[in-house]
Design a protein around this ligand. Structure first.
Ligand code: CA
Length: 223
């Protein structure tokens, strides 16, 4: 028996998408339009199977209050908002009006625009404002996918914003394999390496790094 994760060849990945993901048509159209507008954005656009996993985790945790750092064109925000209950809220942080403007009509079309509280500012500023506003412990679910060099800073704030038992997801933690490339010494790669080791050694959370898409860390805030 192999202890290795099965490598997703192109045909196997197509198969996974065919039998393992129920992507709502509105999500599919948003993803298609995003890739038409920004063809090189694959790293910023979460994969459909990630959207399915994230939505399932929102349902599983019974989350009502969610936060996302790094909206891009709003695919993950839409997936999360669709999974939140009717009175749920997603605080969505991004600095780009241009990117998020593409997603907003899709959010409204899907009937979940009212659940998404878009904050156009650096995510750290928004998270600090939420803490100053008394939202510590208020959130059930946090998805981190913005500036890689800020991951550790987002993470500390996310831990403060989360209730005990709340879930943090962190995207791109395998960084296309650059985390184990000795020649890769750019700031993003260094930050992700340092972040992964920080979370591994952090007794405040339980964690699992899931090799889905570009790597997704799940960390649960311990009581
Ligand atoms: Ca990402």
């Amino acid at each position: 028996m192999s202890h290795e994760t099965t490598v997703l060849t192109a045909p196997l990945y197509e198969y996974l998408l065919r039998v393992g993901v129920r992507e709502a048509p509105v999500l599919r159209r948003l993803r298609d339009e995003t890739l038409r507008r920004w063809p090189d954005s694959a790293r910023m656009q979460i994969a459909p199977e990630q959207g399915a996993l994230i939505a399932l985790l929102v349902t599983l945790t019974g989350a009502r209050h969610a936060l996302e750092a790094g909206v891009f064109t709003g695919y993950s925000a839409l997936a999360v908002a669709l999974a939140l209950p009717a009175d749920g809220v997603l605080v969505a942080c991004d600095v780009s009006d241009e990117w998020t403007a593409l997603g907003r009509p899709y959010w409204d079309e899907a009937g979940v625009g009212h659940k998404i509280d878009l904050r156009l500012a650096p995510a750290i500023e928004t998270m600090d404002a939420l803490l100053a506003d008394g939202r510590a412990g208020w959130f059930d679910f946090v998805f981190l996918d913005a500036e890689k060099t800020e991951y550790a800073a987002y993470y500390e704030r996310a831990l403060a914003l989360l209730r005990p038992g709340g879930l943090i997801l962190v995207d791109n933690v395998l960084w296309s394999g650059r985390v184990v490339d000795p020649a890769a010494d750019d700031a993003d790669t260094a930050a992700i390496r340092a972040f992964n080791e920080l979370v591994r050694d952090d007794e405040r959370v339980s964690l699992a790094l899931v090799p889905i898409a570009d790597g997704l860390t799940l960390a649960v805030k311990r009581p």
